[in-house]
Design a protein around this ligand. Structure first.
Ligand code: SAM
Length: 267
């Protein structure tokens, strides 16, 4: 299978629990700072629309927000959950083929480019959808900079390593966050700025379990895909999931996920 198609298949989201729990305020803070009533926004890779809904509440009836995602199941869920919100609509579509030109004040993607084999192509399409003088803002991870305290069990460490290799093999960039500002400059965006948006969670936090369970979720969903593709054995997957859950219960103190928001102006 060509790299592009492999990435497309591997990126497909089969469980939306983690993304459903996100809000604009807690999961795309830099975007929250720059939008205001009246702004028009395109949210690419919107998933089930939890953050897109948050955007609609801020921009209000003078503004307009479109959420777009290539997964029709997620778009159906978003439409069902957020129907009748003025100025908010959802559309099935692909970031490589956005049906907009010079249309939005702000075009954003959160945690999308990490799943693509051709992130620069995607970015060029996002720029096309942005008005001259408008802003493109991308939020994404560097998965190589994750930190757990104390270290996760060996089975999870080895699963995580295999997960990163599985992603890399299909052309995805595990370090995309640190490549974004270079890409923004290369394609001619101006006033490129970077904000740290790292996700840190400590045992005392009330949503500690939700944040930590991202990796048991990955072991369950992406792990199954990796087993089906012969990348790891089911026993390894199961052990990683089991040991990691036990580690959260008994030992985990904190997790740090490296996340940057990069923004630039279209001239
Ligand atoms: C990790 S989720 C992020 C969802 C949400 N933006 C968030 O931050 O919670 C990535 C989303 O990108 C979507 N996606 C993946 N490839 C895509 C593509 N080529 N075009 C549009 N959406 C895509 C997936 O269906 C998924 O909903």
């Amino acid at each position: 299978m060509a790299m592009f198609e492999t990435a497309k298949k591997r990126a497909e989201l089969t469980n939306s629990g983690v993304i459903d729990a996100r809000t604009l305020e807690n999961s795309h803070k830099r975007l929250r700072e720059i939008i205001k009533p009246g702004t028009t926004i395109l949210d690419v890779g919107c998933g089930t629309g939890a953050m897109t809904y948050g955007i609609a509440k801020v921009v209000g009836t003078e503004g307009m927000v479109v959420g777009i995602d290539n997964n029709p199941v997620l778009i159906d869920k978003a439409r069902e959950k957020y129907k009748d919100i003025p100025g908010l609509s959802f559309k099935e579509g692909d970031v490589y083929n956005l049906p907009f030109s010079n249309k939005f004040d702000v075009v954003t993607s959160a945690r999308l480019l990490q799943w693509l084999a051709q992130p620069k192509e995607a970015l060029i399409n996002m720029v096309r959808a942005t008005k001259v003088g408008g802003k493109v803002i991308v939020l994404d991870y560097n998965h190589e900079k994750i930190k757990w305290d104390p270290e996760v069990p060996e089975s999870m460490k080895s699963f995580y390593g295999a997960f990163l290799r599985w992603r890399l093999e299909s052309g995805m960039d595990n370090t995309i966050a640190d490549k974004l500002s270079g890409m923004f400059n290369e394609i001619g965006l101006e006033e490129v700025t970077i904000s740290s948006q790292h996700e840190k969670t400590n045992r005392e936090d009330k949503d500690f379990q939700t944040h930590m369970s991202i990796w048991s979720g990955v072991a369950l969903t992406r792990g199954k895909q990796m087993v089906d593709e012969g990348f790891i054995k089911e026993e390894q997957r199961k052990m990683a999931e089991h040991d990691y859950r036990a580690w959260i219960e008994a030992e985990a103190k904190s997790q740090f996920m490296y996340l940057l928001a990069v923004e630039g102006i279209k001239i």
